[in-house]
Design a binder for this molecule. Sequence first.
Ligand code: CA
Length: 234
Amino acid sequence: MNKISQPKKERILIIEDEEEIASLIQYNLEREGYRVTVVSDGNDAPSAFREQRPDLALLDLMLPGLSGLDICRIVKSDSDTKAIPVIMLTAKGEESDIVAGLELGADDYITKPFSPRILIARVRACLRRAKGVESDDSKIMTFDNLTLHAGKHIALVDNEPLDLTVTEFRILHLLARKPGWVLTRYQIVDSVHGENHPVTDRSVDVQIVSLRRKLGSAGALIQTVRGVGYRFSG
Ligand code: CA
């Protein structure tokens, strides 16, 4: 009788100096079958990324040695490691660091304290997204009573077409492609208008207000994440 072999689960690198938190995360991830390595000194993190090539990293921001943001900057600017998804582990009140981290290329963040259930869900979602299960332009996307035809630039609420500007549609589509993910204002400006476009944070807020109004009952799908940016809740 052949033993049925389990497919190997993804490798996850934890960079966290607080031992209790690191062990708790490790325990919960290993219980899900993930293979886990822990690094507790920031200075050891870049080489751990390069040598281990994990499928995902959980990165604390306050570390001895290199900070989480330093590490993020290094791994996201190295062609060997930049594709590795990074979820930042943050504390309350670190909103400006969260924004900086997302803009340096971190994929998501979880605020401490978090439940193991949330952690696992975010890790799974991040790994799924990294495998490229993103919707393409030809696909019709549906969220509650909102329908988006990306290629045609059409948005419908309760089957009624909305009169959106090109920018409003782009922002909506950008958010809807990454449900649950927070995008900073800068990231929104960047992908809607291209780099170095002189659009202020405030003008993104104005677009969102208008977009929500036009979406009517579907407007609640766009959530404000205070001090960080916006998230699509679909
Ligand atoms: Ca820490």
